[in-house]
Design a binder for this molecule. Structure first.
Ligand SMILES: [Zn+2]
Length: 418
């Protein structure tokens, strides 16, 4: 959308330039958001969270204007006036059916979630936490911050490389994948992959902050990088570089990231006994279910707001209520625009949630419970990677014997007691 590059850059630059004042220090908004994950004091996170939320909400008028302009342009260019129908058409799926399957999966795991949430919110946020803490604490939870001495910043890259080696991927020696792991102050802590010219030039960029999240995001991005760097060079450009959506590549990143949910992974890499390793795996399950529920609620909300985009501000309260009901964390109504990914990206993540659980069930069956450290898993993935972006997420389901919306493996993994 070249025509809108200018207003979009303007908003981005304004957000980059925004500063907040926190305890006598001036912080760029982005650094303040990153700092939220690192503050050990509950009250300090509340205070900084409020400041960053206020600062971010000041851009809501600009966000709304930009989203509206993008929507108008996309409607014109595509000839399809309905944004929901347009996205569904591009993805070649029924978004309402997907949302319904996810709602029922989320409701099946509600009871197990309530227990998981209580256990880990108490342990990670302290028993004096509010009953429904604000979302300001979520980034802190994602690092498993109280366990940060276990998941050190220094070990993130070596442990992840070793994890991939066991799966048969020598990422360090792969000259198609260029690693940028430097710790520069201006660098975003958000990891990403830029597939400039797959398979030969793929950049993987991360910046460790310490905590489990470093390990999860490195493995997640490694999934994308190995996918793009593993595609057959003779494929046409379309199937190397372009994709109808991100639901396929997210399967691979979700799968590799999910290695961190295996008790054996914690035991082997962090010198833990079996009980401690089970405990850490339970904590990663908590994080995964939290995020799953958050995204499932986000999709419901996005379907509603896009069906009535002319009245978008009227959906702010609904956004906050739906996310709170799904997660047990309080979200700010005025975060309703900043927390929205374009083109129903949430639906791509959610399809990957379903699919990667199906794939783990398949790998446990065909390779064994230790699929996560067997080179046979790498061999299986390499065949898929070679096909680039050609298969749809739903075709992968068919190949491993599942129907696309079968959420049983996902629900089973997250309700271990039943
Ligand atoms: Zn991803």
């Amino acid at each position: 959308m070249g025509e809108l590059a200018e207003p979009s850059d303007r908003l981005e630059n304004a957000v980059l330039a925004a500063r907040i004042e926190f305890r006598g220090e001036e912080l760029p908004l982005r650094s303040a958001q990153a700092t939220l994950a690192l503050l050990d004091d509950y009250g300090a996170r509340e205070e900084l969270g409020t400041l960053t939320g206020d600062a971010s909400a000041r851009f809501n008028d600009d966000r709304l204007e930009l989203l509206g302009a993008e929507e108008t342009l996309d409607a014109e260019l595509s000839g399809e006036a309905d944004p929901v129908g347009r996205s569904a058409g591009r993805k070649r799926i029924d978004l309402d059916e997907l949302a319904a399957a996810l709602r029922s999966a989320a409701s099946e795991q509600r009871e197990a979630w309530t227990e998981l949430r209580k256990r880990w919110a108490d342990r990670l946020l302290g028993e004096k936490r509010e009953d429904e803490p604000s979302s300001y604490h979520v980034a802190y939870l994602r690092r498993l911050s109280p366990l940060a001495s276990l998941y050190t910043k220094e070990r993130a890259v070596p442990v992840c490389l070793e994890t991939l080696t066991r799966l048969g991927f020598d990422l360090g020696a792969d000259d198609h994948i260029r690693l940028d792991l430097d710790d520069r102050p201006q660098k975003s802590p958000r990891a990403c992959v830029i597939a400039s010219d797959p398979p030969s030039v793929v950049h993987l960029i991360t910046r460790a902050q310490g905590g489990l999240h470093d390990y999860q995001s490195f493995l997640h991005e490694a999934g994308h990088a190995l996918h793009y760097a593993g595609c057959d060079p003779s494929l046409p450009y379309t199937f190397r570089r372009l994709s109808r959506d991100h639901a396929l590549t997210e399967i691979y990143s979700f799968l590799l990231e999910s290695v961190t949910r295996e008790p054996g992974w914690h035991r082997e890499h962090f010198a833990l006994d079996a009980g401690e390793a089970e405990d850490c795996a339970d904590a990663t399950r908590f994080l995964d279910v939290l995020l799953f529920r958050r995204y499932a609620a986000k999709l419901d909300y996005e379907l509603e707001i896009w069906a009535d985009f002319g009245n978008a501000p009227g959906y702010a309260t609904k956004y906050a209520e739906q996310l709170r009901a799904a997660t047990g964390f309080r979200y700010r109504p005025d975060g309703y625009l900043a927390d929205m990914d374009g083109g129903f990206y949430s639906a791509d993540y959610l399809r990957a949630w379903i699919r990667s659980a199906q794939l783990r069930a398949y790998l446990r069956e065909t390779i064994g419970p230790d699929w996560w450290e067997q080179s046979a898993t790498g061999d299986f993935l390499r065949v898929l990677f070679a096909q680039g972006t050609q298969p749809s997420s739903e075709e992968i389901a068919a190949r491993i014997g599942f129907s696309p919306l079968d959420t049983r493996p996902l629900v089973q993994e997250n309700t271990p007691a039943s």
